[in-house]
Design a protein around this ligand. Structure first.
Ligand SMILES: Cc1cc2nc3c(=O)[nH]c(=O)nc-3n(C[C@H](O)[C@H](O)[C@H](O)COP(=O)(O)OP(=O)(O)OC[C@H]3O[C@@H](n4cnc5c(N)ncnc54)[C@H](O)[C@@H]3O)c2cc1C
Length: 300
C-alpha cells in the first residue's frame, strides 16, 4: 500500500493521523492490534479529501465510530481507519435535532433533554456514536433508532453526497442498508416530540440505573455479544448452560449478565473468539439454537 504518499497527503492537508495505532485504545472492548493508519477527520470536507486520496492510492479503509460494537483482530487493521468522532456538531430546531455522525448518543440525548424533547431516552446509556447507532439500528427498552430518525446524509467513496429517507434505510433488528453498501453516514436528523423535562430526565435516569444494575459496565466489553435469537434470549440460553464465569485467557462470560463476554484480564481477540465459538457450540448442541454475533469482527 502506498502509505508514504498518504502520509504526505495528511501532512500537506494538516489532517490528524497516527501510524501503527493500537485499536485497543479506540474500542470499548479494549482489544485490538494496530491499525496501519488512523486519521481523525474534523469536517465533511476533510472526509471527502481523505476518501478521494484513499481511492486514488487504492488503500483499504474502515469507518470508526466509538468502537463500542467491535472486536478488532490481534493482528490489527490493514489500511486506514477513519475516525469520525471529531465530526460531532449537534443542532436543535424546534422538535428536530441534527447531529453529525461522530456525535455521541449521550450528547444527543442530553441535547434532547435540554430542549424538552422526548423519544430518545432509550438511547441514553448506549455508548455509541450517532453514525454507529444508525448503522446498527441501535435500540434498547423498546426503542430503536428507526422510531426517531427521519433522514440521514451520507457520502460514498467516490465523494458523492446524498440524503436518504428513513423508509429507504431498511432498518431492522440491528441492521440497516449501511451494512451492505459503501455509504458513510455523515449526518442524521431526529424528529422528537415536545415533552416535560422532568419526565424525560426520570426515564433517562431509570434506564441508566437499570443498565448499571444488570450489565457488567465495570469491565470492558462490546455490549451484548449475540443477537437475540427468535423466541429466546441469548443471555438466558448461555446461563442455562452454566456458562457464566466460563473463561478463555482473559475473556469471560460475565457473572452479572451471561449475554456479555467481558475483557476481565487483558484479553486478546483470539481469547474472545475462542470463547464465542465455545458458547455457540454448546448452545447449538444443547438447545438447537444457532447464536449469531451482534459484535462485529474487524481486521486481519
Ligand atoms: C456496555 C455496552 C452497552 C451496549 N448497549 C447497547 C444497547 O442497549 N443497544 C444497542 O443496540 N447496542 C448496545 N451496545 C452496542 C453499541 O454501543 C452500539 O451498537 C452502537 O450503536 C455502536 O456505535 P459505535 O459508534 O460505537 O460504532 P462502532 O462500534 O465504531 O462501529 C460499528 C459499525 O458501524 C460502522 N459505522 C460507524 N459509524 C459509521 C458511519 N458514520 N457510517 C457508516 N458506518 C459506520 C462501523 O464501520 C462498524 O461496522 C452496547 C455496547 C456496550 C459496550
Amino acid at each position: 500500500m502506498n502509505y508514504k504518499a498518504f502520509e504526505e497527503f495528511c501532512k500537506n492537508n494538516k489532517i490528524e493521523y497516527c501510524k501503527n495505532e493500537p485499536m485497543k485504545h479506540h474500542t470499548s472492548f479494549k482489544i485490538g492490534g494496530n491499525a496501519d493508519f488512523l486519521v481523525k477527520v474534523a469536517s465533511l470536507n476533510e472526509l471527502k479529501a481523505v476518501l478521494k486520496e484513499i481511492v486514488k492510492l487504492n488503500i483499504s479503509y474502515f469507518i470508526l465510530g466509538k468502537g463500542s460494537n467491535l472486536l478488532v483482530s490481534d493482528k490489527g487493521i490493514e489500511g486506514v481507519v477513519i475516525s469520525l468522532l471529531e465530526m460531532n456538531e449537534i443542532s436543535v430546531s424546534e422538535d428536530t435535532i441534527t447531529a453529525f455522525a461522530g456525535a455521541s448518543l449521550a450528547a444527543v440525548c442530553n441535547a434532547a433533554l435540554e430542549n424538552c424533547l422526548e423519544g430518545l431516552e432509550f438511547a441514553y446509556g448506549i455508548p455509541g456514536s450517532v453514525g454507529g447507532a444508525l448503522y446498527m439500528n441501535a435500540g434498547a427498552y423498546g426503542g430503536e433508532m428507526s422510531q426517531v430518525v427521519t433522514k440521514a446524509e451520507y457520502i460514498t467513496p467516490d465523494g458523492k453526497t446524498a440524503s436518504i429517507a428513513l423508509k429507504d434505510m431498511h432498518l431492522g433488528y440491528r441492521t440497516s442498508i449501511f451494512k451492505n453498501t459503501d455509504k458513510i453516514i455523515t449526518c442524521v436528523t431526529f424528529k422528537l416530540k415536545k415533552g416535560k423535562e422532568a419526565e424525560i430526565k426520570a426515564k433517562m435516569d431509570d434506564y441508566i440505573t437499570r443498565r448499571r444494575s444488570k450489565q457488567p459496565l465495570e469491565y470492558p466489553s462490546a455490549g451484548s455479544t449475540f443477537k437475540r435469537p427468535e423466541g429466546y434470549f441469548a443471555g438466558a440460553l448461555i446461563e442455562e448452560n452454566n456458562l457464566k464465569g466460563k473463561a478463555v485467557g482473559g475473556a469471560m462470560v460475565s457473572q452479572k449478565h451471561a449475554g456479555f463476554v467481558i475483557n476481565y484480564n487483558n484479553a486478546c481477540c483470539s481469547d474472545v473468539m475462542e470463547l464465542i465459538d465455545y458458547i455457540k457450540k454448546t448452545v447449538l448442541e444443547n438447545n438447537g439454537v444457532q447464536l449469531e454475533c451482534e459484535v462485529i469482527f474487524v481486521g486481519r
